[in-house]
Design a protein around this ligand. Structure first.
Ligand code: MN
Length: 712
């Protein structure tokens, strides 16, 4: 077993002034915490954290990382270890690293489907406050992969898939290419054992066959470099298994058909030499234009820098070259980990700085510190801080903007779930709908059939999907209400004309009318009526134009019933034709009267006399100026009151007087008093004010009549 001193010796090599005591203490603490645990291999559990720490020392990581590597499983495995305990013994820095690692290890990745993998990776990145946690986690997984043989086959496969989906890309993200390759190759070994062993054999044979060829190329390149006074290192190797496998799958070809299986790497001293070497290679062999890539002037997001080119080499064989400086090579192999120890000689120019992606900040900070112990301890990975990652009950990860609520989550799952989201449980506990979700929480949406989106939700939802769905729903509800209202108006208006609304609907007449009003369908027409944009009468006029003609020509007989048939002609309104008009019962306006129109929502215009007590000045926006259209002569109801003597034959005399002026009597009644006086009430039909005046004159001429007055 590796001893504490073995690790310390390694650290002393690259950082002689390190705090070795902390490493010793962590070693002892971990050994005690895991004293009763045994690995599946039969070894003491302690072997695992020691191996992790040892690898971290080999990667030249700082003391805090190595100590955290030793302690990384104590919080989870040892019931006696607590955060307080660790922080008392090892301080906050190491404790927070261990805490971060424990949090990640508690995530259960249930679904390894590809679309989930990206979210898992982001979730881990979002949970990692200190990039060292991620490096230690990768090393932890590396040791588990190296000892995977002891697991049961099903478990091996699950862990290998997870490694391939999540940890290999994360290693790539941090630019640690040796880890990425080892993760990929060892995952392949467990996921596709037959293919893996075949490849192993074929690659070994190919390497043997190619030895001579590789040596020939190396010699040729070295000779040419020498000629131009460049001292460089050249190496040739076969690509790693997984990249060969992926090529075979992607292009659907056999191993034998892969031509670019050998890659040469040329390491030189500086950037200028890289481009010189590129020129030398292109002079030797014809380059394949589409394969040239300049990652020196445009580094990859993980800081990788190199020139890539493919040429058609001897015997027409494709050869790939990677040309880079030794410094670039360090970065390419070790990625972020290189920065814990590799400081001298790595200088960025302004152009590089601009090109650098998310690690730029870290590198700048790194240049300000002298001691690897301090290095990166305050570096935060805020890559995805604008997002939050939560689990569904089946273990899927959902990515949401930070500040998102259960409603956002519900809408992300399905619109229908969002529309009926009535509550949520976070890690099993009920939370309010406006609760803000946090990384790694398991969120269960509670739905109810009776629950519906609410305008108030708009105040706290974060996703545009939730926002637009809620708005959509609210709009749809308003539409529904308008349609109901429109239907009601229509049913009434149709019934007044003894028409069947349902029949008009079923026969497609409403649909046809909708099209005439430039609307898509009958429902839209009803909604327009409900909103008061159209009147039911307008629609009826469109559907049954003949009715209007009939009403016009039928004349008085029909009109005697006019009081029960409110829409009548006789009023014109500026710019508006065919509006539904009713005459107010309260004041019975007559043509000639000073009138106004009162707009009733969905019911058109009601005509009042301007001095009617129901007309209020306050609602001026609902009044409309209207004029009598005297060309169309129609009759209007008016009520009159006659005070007269109570004598025999009086009613007949009054009736005769009214008829003499060609006015119809709709109804009449008499009240008598003990002093032989009578008050008669008549509802009569007149054409207009002038007509009424004549009737009143005729009535006053009857013997025994004292007073004739119009009622309001
Ligand atoms: Mn572990």
């Amino acid at each position: 077993m590796i001893r504490a001193n073995d690790i310390i010796e390694k650290v002393a090599d690259y950082y002689p002034a390190a705090d070795f005591d902390t490493i010793r203490k962590a070693y002892a603490y971990s050994a005690y915490a895991h004293r009763n645990q045994v690995r599946l291999s039969g070894e003491p559990y302690m072997v695992h954290p020691i191996e992790v720490a040892n690898m971290l020392a080999e990667m030249k990581m700082d003391v805090a990382s190595i100590a955290a590597g030793l302690l990384h499983d104590t919080l989870e495995d040892d019931p006696m270890t607590s955060i307080e305990d660790l922080s008392l013994r090892f301080g906050d820095e190491i404790t927070s690293l261990v805490e971060g690692l424990t949090k990640i290890s508690k995530i259960k990745f249930k679904s390894s489907r590809e679309h989930q993998a990206e979210n898992y990776r982001k979730m881990i990145l979002a949970m990692v406050k200190d990039i060292r946690v991620l490096v230690i986690k990768l090393v932890d997984r590396m040791h588990n992969m190296r000892t995977l043989d002891f697991q049961k086959p099903a478990r091996q496969e699950a862990i290998a898939q997870e490694t391939l989906d999540i940890y290999a890309p994360l290693a790539n993200r941090l630019g640690i290419s040796w880890m990425k390759q080892e993760f990929e190759d060892s995952s392949l070994r467990y996921l596709q054992p037959t293919i893996y062993h075949e490849l192993e054999e074929k690659v070994a044979r190919k390497e043997l066959e190619s030895r001579e060829f590789i040596d020939k190329i190396i010699k040729l390149v070295l000779r040419n470099l020498d000629h131009y006074g460049i001292s460089g290192e050249v190496a040739g190797r076969l690509k790693h298994f997984y990249s060969i496998y992926r090529k075979m799958v992607r292009r659907d070809i056999a191993f034998e058909q892969i031509y670019d299986i050998i890659a040469f790497r040329i390491l030189v001293s500086d950037k200028a030499e890289c481009y010189n070497v590129l020129g030398i290679i292109h002079a030797l062999w014809r380059p394949v234009p589409s394969r040239f890539k300049d990652f020196i002037s445009i580094p990859k997001a993980n800081m990788y820098q190199s020139l890539h080119t493919s040429v058609i080499g001897p015997d027409g064989r494709y050869i790939e070259f990677q040309i880079r400086t030794r410094e670039m090579h360090q970065i390419a192999e070790k990625g972020i980990a290189a920065h814990w120890h590799y400081k001298e000689g790595y200088q960025l120019d302004d152009h590089d700085r601009k090109q650098m992606g998310w690690l730029r900040q870290m590198i700048e900070w790194q240049q300000d510190v002298n001691n690897p112990g301090e290095f990166l301890d305050s570096v935060k990975i805020d890559l995805f801080s604008e997002a939050v990652y939560v689990f569904t009950p089946v273990g899927e990860v959902k990515e949401l903007p930070s500040g998102s609520t259960p409603i956002d989550m519900a809408y992300i799952i399905h619109s229908n779930i969002g529309d009926h989201c009535s509550g949520a449980k976070v890690n099993g506990k009920l939370v309010p709908l406006r609760y803000q979700l946090k990384n790694g929480e398991m969120v269960e949406i509670v739905t109810s059939k009776r629950q519906h989106p609410n305008k108030d939700w708009l105040a706290f939802v974060k996703t545009s999907k939730a926002r637009s769905k809620i708005r959509q729903w609210v709009k749809k509800e308003e539409e529904k209400r308008s349609i109901e209202l429109g239907r009601e108006f229509c049913e009434k208006a149709f019934a007044r004309l003894k028409l069947s609304f349902n029949q008009a609907l079923k026969s497609g007449k409403m649909q046809a009318a909708a099209v005439e009003f430039s609307l898509n369908h009958a429902e839209a027409l009803l909604a327009a009526i409900g909103r008061g944009k159209l009147s039911a009468q307008q629609v009826i006029n469109r559907i049954y134009p003949e009715l209007r003609e009939q009403r016009k020509s039928k004349g008085k007989k029909e009109e005697s019933k006019a009081s029960r048939k409110p829409p009548r002609d006789g009023i014109s309104i500026k710019d508006i034709d065919d509006v539904m008009v009713r005459f107010a019962k309260c004041c019975n306006p007559l043509p000639g009267d000073d009138v106004v129109g009162f707009i009733t929502r969905g019911r058109g215009l009601t005509i009042h006399r301007r001095n009617c007590r129901h007309v209020h000045k306050g609602e001026s926006e609902r009044y409309m100026d209207v004029e009598w259209n005297l060309e169309r002569s129609t009759s209007h109801s008016v009520k009159i009151r006659i005070m007269c003597e109570d004598v025999k034959g009086m009613l007949v005399a009054l009736g005769t007087a009214i008829s003499s002026q060609e006015a119809n009597i709709a109804s009449g009644s008499v009240k008598t008093s003990i002093d032989h006086k009578a008050i008669c009430f008549f509802e009569i039909q007149v054409k207009d004010l002038e007509h009424l005046k004549k009737v009143k004159q005729a009535l006053r001429a009857v013997k025994g009549v004292y007073q004739v007055a119009r009622m309001s």
